[in-house]
Design a protein. Structure first.
Length: 170
């Protein structure tokens, strides 16, 4: 018997967000797992994340859903910004402050690949551009995002016994 919408959207076997240990590893974030996202490359210059074209990423017309694309953009831009901004793991994180997505074409193939590059790295704000290509190498989405470096709550409150982190100099 198929699940109802309520059963699909009310998980009972997973911890609440407030119960998760922060930061959560990339592969353990439920949304990343649901959409099948994988980090292919992570360097100071760029980040590359793939996502399969699957039943979990398509809308009612059988095409990749715009929300799945926007999520992929947000994720790959966050990874690129964290690398470019030299974010201190377990002490800082990235928060999206602006996201602009332009949908250009329907994806062909079984996987899309998002590549993001930091265009400006300031002390707190990082601007990133992104292209998503389909299985034939065509750009199907282009986007840009602004990300802000933020201290994680324990570090911000000094609960870890260390002084709060400072943002890297630009």
């Amino acid at each position: 018997m198929p699940l109802t919408l309520r059963e699909m959207t009310t998980p009972t076997d997973r911890p609440r967000a407030s119960e998760l240990q922060m930061p959560v590893p990339f592969d353990e974030i439920p949304l990343h797992r649901l959409l099948g996202m994988k980090i292919v490359e992570r360097s100071a210059e760029r980040a590359v994340v793939t996502m399969p074209v699957s039943a979990d990423s398509v809308g009612n017309r059988g095409r990749v859903h715009g929300g799945a694309y926007a999520t992929l953009v947000d994720v790959v831009c966050g990874v690129a910004a964290a690398q470019a901004g030299k974010v201190i793991e377990k002490r800082q994180s990235m928060v999206t402050t602006d996201l602009h997505v332009r949908y250009l074409a329907n994806a062909k193939g079984t996987e899309v690949t998002a590549t993001a590059t930091a265009k400006h790295t300031g002390s707190r704000m990082i601007v990133v551009s992104c292209d998503i290509k389909d299985g034939e190498g065509r750009v199907v989405v282009t986007a840009d995002a602004a990300m802000m470096v933020m201290p994680l709550p324990a570090a911000a409150a000094g609960l870890d016994g260390k002084p709060p982190p400072t943002a890297p100099a630009s």
